[in-house]
Design a protein around this ligand. Structure first.
Ligand SMILES: Cc1ncc(COP(=O)(O)O)c(C=O)c1O
Length: 359
């Protein structure tokens, strides 16, 4: 066991005696099922986050009474590290994920994480498991920080013990194809005053049944709407959404707190605006998108997210009819973002914003 001083934290590091790296077939990696040699952990007790440490990846031993299992006090983040041509690990806008994880913590009554635990945990783990970062096109090391209540108490009450863990998983492309979305017609993902803006575990659990039903109908994802009017567009599963209507790029505003403010969304808006595209970040009605599709004025539609990067939408199912989008070769906005946003993340395109950090 080593004890190291990282930038800001004293961290115990126990490395594996034997790496599993050679056992992984990097040409066929299923998303989120293969994990690197190590994981980061810290615990909250007696009023503070304590004991930051890195250990071999392995099972956790926990009481069946821990409150997160019963009441869902559990949140997470998702981010990716890439490797550039010189072998450096590249991390994309981790400061935004840090802010967002603490916004999620606040909403779920979880004590906020110290920046040093989040950043040093992430970077130390990436450095240790750097050789696990895949380099083929569309692949990356997916990083999953998460926090959950570990108080042993069956009673609806804010917990006083929590665990913060970061695990890492080499992944290939999320979608190898365009996506068919179905507009939600009776299920709702988020509502005013709820937890839509947070990466709360329960937000995702509640979408699994609707997703299964949509899959049976031949769709890949659901395009969620607001739950009052079934009119204002929110987002897609694990992605924010953009549409090009005529010359204007539209994306639903996150102001109402019902939509997750995506790091990819924020980066896409900035890149588009800086490159002369007209972007409107405002409430977007499904009726205006359908009307544009009927008038052949819907030029592009795509989801943005860490996992999928830019996922081009091939059709939108609404009230029993499928609206087909133009072929991907004709999509100027999403193809521009695929080249430039993914390029910045992977180090192939110059980063004028300082978004990418070499680890
Ligand atoms: C519900 C939801 N919306 C949008 C996104 C996209 O966010 P980001 O670009 O930060 O990955 C995600 C993924 O994190 C998500 O889970």
């Amino acid at each position: 066991m080593n004890e190291i001083m990282t930038e800001n934290t004293t961290m115990k590091i126990q490395t594996v005696a034997y790496s599993r790296l050679a056992e992984v077939d990097f040409n066929h990696i299923p998303f989120g099922k293969v994990f690197t040699d190590h994981m980061f952990q810290a615990d909250y007790y007696d009023g503070a986050w304590r004991d930051p440490r890195i250990e071999p990846f392995g099972n956790l031993s926990l009481s069946p009474a821990i409150s997160s299992l019963h009441y869902g006090q559990s949140i997470f983040e998702g981010m990716k590290a890439n490797r550039d041509s010189e072998g450096n690990a590249l991390l994309f806008r981790a400061d935004m994920n840090f802010k967002r994880i603490n916004n999620s913590c606040r909403r779920m009554a979880i004590p906020e994480l110290p920046e040093s635990f989040f950043m040093d945990g992430l970077k130390t783990l990436i450095k240790l498991d750097k050789n696990w970062i895949p380099t083929s096109e569309g692949s990356a090391l997916y990083l999953r920080p998460f926090v959950f209540a570990t108080m042993e108490h069956v009673g609806v009450k804010t917990a006083d013990r929590f665990k913060f863990v970061i695990i890492a998983s080499p992944v290939g492309p999320y979608y190898g194809h365009t996506v068919r979305v179905k507009v939600a017609d009776h299920y709702v993902r988020a509502f005013r005053g709820g937890t839509g803006f947070a990466k709360a575990a329960g937000n995702y659990g509640a979408t699994l049944l609707p997703m299964e039903e949509a899959h049976k109908e031949g769709y890949d994802q659901i395009l969620w709407l607001d739950g009052y009017h079934f009119e204002y567009i929110h987002e897609i599963g694990t992605m924010n959404v953009f549409f090009q209507v005529g010359d204007t790029v539209l994306t639903p505003s996150t102001d109402s707190g019902e939509i997750l403010p995506g790091v990819t969304r924020n980066s896409a808006i900035q890149l588009l605006k800086d490159n002369g595209y007209r972007v409107e970040d405002r409430q977007v009605k499904i009726s205006e998108i359908i009307e544009a599709a009927e008038n052949n004025n819907l030029k592009d539609a795509f989801g943005t997210g860490t996992a999928a990067a830019i996922a081009q939408i091939s059709s939108i199912g609404y009230k029993g009819k499928d609206y087909i989008l133009p072929p991907v070769s004709e999509r100027s906005v999403s193809n521009f973002l695929k080249r430039n946003l993914i390029g910045i993340r992977t180090g192939e395109v110059a980063d004028p914003y300082g978004w990418v950090e070499k680890i």
